[in-house]
Each structure stands twice: as C-alpha cells, then as structure tokens.
Design a protein around this ligand. Structure first.
Ligand SMILES: *Cc1c(COP(=O)(O)O)cnc(C)c1O
Length: 363
C-alpha cells in the first residue's frame, strides 16, 4: 500500500500500547488509573439537550477557562484548554523543538513524552531517576545541550512518587535554555505539591493538568495547560481550531462547579483511604517484594515474579498494567472500588496456594 510514502520516522514507529488497546477480556480494569465509578450527574443531560450542536464550539470555551483558572488559582490568561493532557504534551513539543533539538525525560515515567516526540522526529534524551526516585539534577545539567523541553511527571506515573523539592533547582538550571513541563495529571491526590504558584516566578514553567483522573472524566477528553500568557498565546496559534467538542465543554463546566469540586475532593479522600487499606494488605503477601509509597490513585508493586503474577491475574479477568520492561518485576495497579481491590488481594492470595488449588482457580 501507500505506506512507503509516509515519513521514514513514522514508518518505523511502534504504536503506543495504551491501556485500552492492550485488550484482554477483563471484568476488572485496574490498568489505566481511571476513577473507578461513573461520576455523571443526572443534571448534565438537561444541560446537554440545550447545547447548540449545529454550531462549531468556542475555540477556547470562556466559562471553562474561567472556572479552571479559579480552581487552579491562576489567571485566566494562564490557561489553555486541550484535548486531554496528552494534547498539551504534544503542543509544547511542537511549539518549542526544532528538528535537531531534543526533549529530556526521566524514566521510569509516562511513555507519551517520548512517543509524542517520536511522531515529530524529535529525539528523546533519558536521564533515569535515582534509586530513591529522585531527579538526578547533576546528570540532567550535563545532558541539557540541545534539549528544549524537559518533562517531569509530578507525582510520577508509574512510581507514584513526588520530586517537588527538586523542581525549583531544575527550573534554575534550565532558565533561558529550556521549557520545564511539570505533568500534574495526578495532582488532586496530593494538592499541596502543585507548582502552579511558581508560574509568576518562572517564565519557562509549563504545567499539564487533566480531568481524566481525579475528576473521573477520562471519557470527555479535557485537559489544560497552565503557563505564562506569552506561552499560552503561542500554543493557541498551533492548537487545532476547535479542539474541545461542545458536549465536553458543557460537562467540564459542570464538573468545575463549586459543589462538583467539593464532591471530587471527597471522592479523592475516599480513594486514598481505599489505597491505604489495599497497600496494607498487599504488604502482607509473601510474593510482594516492595510497594512504593504512592501519592496517587495507583501503586507500583514489585513482585518476586511480576510477569507471572500479571499473566495469572489477566487469566482471571483482572487487568493490571505490566511495567516489567520499565522496572523489573513491577506491576502498576490502579486503586479501584473496594470490591475490585478485594478481588485483587483474593486472587493474589490464591496464587500462593499449592498447585492443586491453583488449577481450580484458573478453570
Ligand atoms: C493520564 C495521564 C495524562 C493525560 O491523560 P489525558 O487523558 O490525555 O488527559 C498525562 N500525563 C500522565 C502522567 C497521565 O498519567
């Protein structure tokens, strides 16, 4: 077919294996860090009924910008609405990297930084996190030549850890050289860690946010970029003309009303309680080597034999996220509803039983 006409770099790309694409015939989905239950309000339906869908949407919905700015405690001029946080990541790379420049990221971390860069033919430099999941600032400083954008996920996916105290240092060594993107997709789970209050101080700071995680709205594809007005204006010139479908904007507005934000905070508190209980139980299991202390709605768990545990639970319809390629024997588990978390613990306990029991479970 005409694939040979495609750009060479694209022909050789492997598609990102998103949690949903991996498939599986699961009944329990704990692989995409989504909120475990629907958060729809019956009131939303009536708001949607009156939305003028014959018209193009507002390019940057004014009410939504205002509400998110209030929520994030920044000026409306500092907010861009995007098609999920992933579009924000892509826009920054597209807006700032020349063909011969690179991005820098600190694995193990979110895969989309490199994949986005790959699709534009932009190189990725990697400076691994230290064994204590901190930024290796001296190594980053040495690697900065030709780097235009540095991505730091805080709290980090998949480790669940924060490097907040090191970010100022990173901002200092990158000043006038590179943009620093702090990906705060999970910030609602540890609100005080946000860098939003530093926007006035650092012209090269960019923050990525999303409604996909704590707000329980992964299905509407709404995210935000927070940055100083000149950067927001620049990104506005390269974003698609109508990135936010009207139904998404309507629902996002409602999700950012005062009572809905209050509800979100209550949901987060409950989920964090569930996490503590889940981790407590995980730590008692003999095949669990380590559970990294997590600031988020997921945990990275090191098992004696991660791939075997992943496959065994997959067979039972419990779909987790295998991270063995990033971090030996590790599996990332999203905190789900209490009943789903209990199923995971039960399944893991059953794996420890002698073989005769094992075959019964699989049957
Ligand atoms: C989920 C996630 C995002 C953004 O997801 P969207 O659904 O595109 O908003 C960004 N960064 C990290 C680290 C994530 O886990």
């Amino acid at each position: 077919m005409a694939i040979y006409l495609a750009r060479k770099t694209i022909q050789s790309l492997k598609p990102y294996l998103s949690a949903r694409k991996i498939g599986g015939v699961g009944t329990i989905w704990l692989n995409a860090n989504e909120y475990p239950t629907q958060n729809n309000d019956v009131y939303w339906a009536s708001e949607l009924q009156t939305a003028a869908l014959n018209r193009y949407p507002e390019p940057q919905p004014e009410m939504l910008i205002k509400r998110y700015a209030d929520y994030a405690n920044v000026l409306p001029e500092c907010v861009l609405v995007t098609r999920g946080g992933d579009e924000g990541i892509e826009l920054v790379i597209r807006g700032f990297c020349e063909n011969d420049e690179a991005i820098l990221c600190c694995p193990p971390t979110y895969g989309m930084y490199k994949i986005s860069a790959d699709t534009f033919g932009i190189a990725t430099k990697s400076v691994a996190l230290t064994t204590t999941h901190c930024l290796d600032i001296p190594a980053i400083a040495r690697a900065l030549d030709g780097v235009k954008v540095v991505f730091v996920c805080n709290p980090n996916n998949p480790t669940g850890t924060c490097v907040t105290e090191q970010i100022i240092e990173l901002l200092n060594i990158t000043a006038k050289r590179a943009i620093v993107v702090i990906d705060e997709a999970y910030i609602e789970f540890c609100g005080e860690q946000t860098m939003a209050k530093y926007l006035a101080q650092f012209e090269h700071l960019v923050i990525i946010r999303t409604l996909s995680k704590a707000f329980a709205l992964a299905g509407i594809r709404v995210g935000f970029v927070l940055a100083n007005p000149p950067i927001i204006k620049l990104l506005q010139t390269i974003i698609a003309p109508y990135p936010i479908p009207t139904p998404s904007a309507v629902i996002a507005n409602l999700a950012l009303s005062a009572p809905a934000i209050h509800q979100m905070h209550a949901n987060v508190a409950k989920l964090l309680d569930e996490k503590n209980e889940f981790v407590r139980q995980l730590k008692q299991l003999p095949q669990v080597v380590n559970v990294i202390e997590s600031m988020t709605n997921f945990v990275l768990v090191e098992f004696e034999d991660g791939p075997v545990v992943f496959d065994a639970l997959w067979q039972l319809g419990i779909i987790l996220r295998n991270q063995h390629h990033l971090c030996n024997n590790c599996i990332r588990i999203t905190i789900g509803s209490k009943s789903h978390n209990d199923c995971v613990i039960k399944a893991l306990k059953a794996l420890n039983k002698p073989k005769t029991f094992n075959s019964q479970i699989k049957g």
